[in-house]
Write a protein that binds this ligand. Structure first.
Ligand SMILES: [Zn+2]
Length: 256
């Protein structure tokens, strides 16, 4: 299966999606514009109408379109269409290019989930970018890392990669009572359901059970797919499981 996303600089999207199990290949390129086979320079001029984009080939048995959509969403600035992070220009506008009706339906649901300026469009001709832009993060790791730094959420890195803990009552979801799903902020997989959420009084989002693939290290809980630290699990939760998954808001993202 194919999925196409535009979300600012294509180098950065590619490095995130290449980490995902079930993603078979990724390619960066240009789409959504009016001329055939544009060059990087032409697209950067903003005059061709194209957006920098990434085409993902994936195995739907191993990773769902919903997971990819969530990963895309978490890695962009959904509320901007004049650019993304430190890049400005219409070629950096965020767009979900759907390839079939099912992708369209799922994309519409995500787009309705929160206020945003992400566009939806049927997939059109996709022109692969020049070879020097493919896997840029591998070809020019030093430049890439300095560039990509501006997109990183420092607090998320601290929590998910260094096993930090965010402050109770001062996080996004401790008090969230809306219906929806909570996905991993590192890889997009579905982890928790709103119906399993309860008020633990601790100031962190708490759940009685987990629906995604997670691993344990004693009480520590991490995402099995991206290895990101999520929080801890204790045996003092309410029925039916008696478990209390105490999770950092910044390690998850809520979708209605
Ligand atoms: Zn993950």
């Amino acid at each position: 299966m194919e999925a196409i996303f535009a979300g600012g600089c294509f180098w950065c999207l590619q490095s995130e999606f290449d980490k995902v199990e079930g993603v078979l290949s990724t390619e960066v390129g240009y789409t959504g514009g009016s001329v055939e086979a544009p060059t990087y320079e032409a697209v950067c001029s903003g005059k061709t109408g194209h957006a920098e984009a990434m085409r993902v080939m994936y195995d739907p048995k191993r990773v769902s379109y919903g997971d990819l959509l969530a990963l895309f969403w978490i890695n962009i600035e959904p509320n901007r269409d004049d650019g993304q992070f430190h890049d400005r220009g219409s070629q950096y506008r965020p767009i979900i290019f759907y390839s079939n009706e099912e992708q369209k339906r799922e994309a519409e649901r995500v787009v309705k989930s929160e206020p945003n300026k992400v566009a939806l469009s049927p997939a059109g001709p996709f022109f692969a970018a020049e070879e020097e832009h493919q896997k840029y993060y591998k070809k020019n790791p030093e430049h890439y890392s300095a560039y990509h730094g501006a997109r990183l959420n420092r607090e998320r890195e601290r929590v998910m990669r260094e096993e930090g803990t965010e402050r109770p009552f001062k996080n996004a979801y401790w008090d969230c009572k809306e219906q929806g799903v909570y996905r991993c902020a590192g890889c997009g997989q579905k982890l928790f359901l709103s119906e399993d959420k309860f008020d633990s009084g601790t100031g962190w989002p708490s759940f009685t059970s987990v629906v995604g693939e997670v691993g344990y290290n004693g009480e520590e809980v991490h995402c099995k797919r991206c290895k990101g630290h999520l929080g801890h699990v204790f045996d003092d939760g309410p029925p039916p499981t008696g478990k209390r998954y105490c999770i950092n808001s910044i390690a998850i993202h809520f979708f209605k």
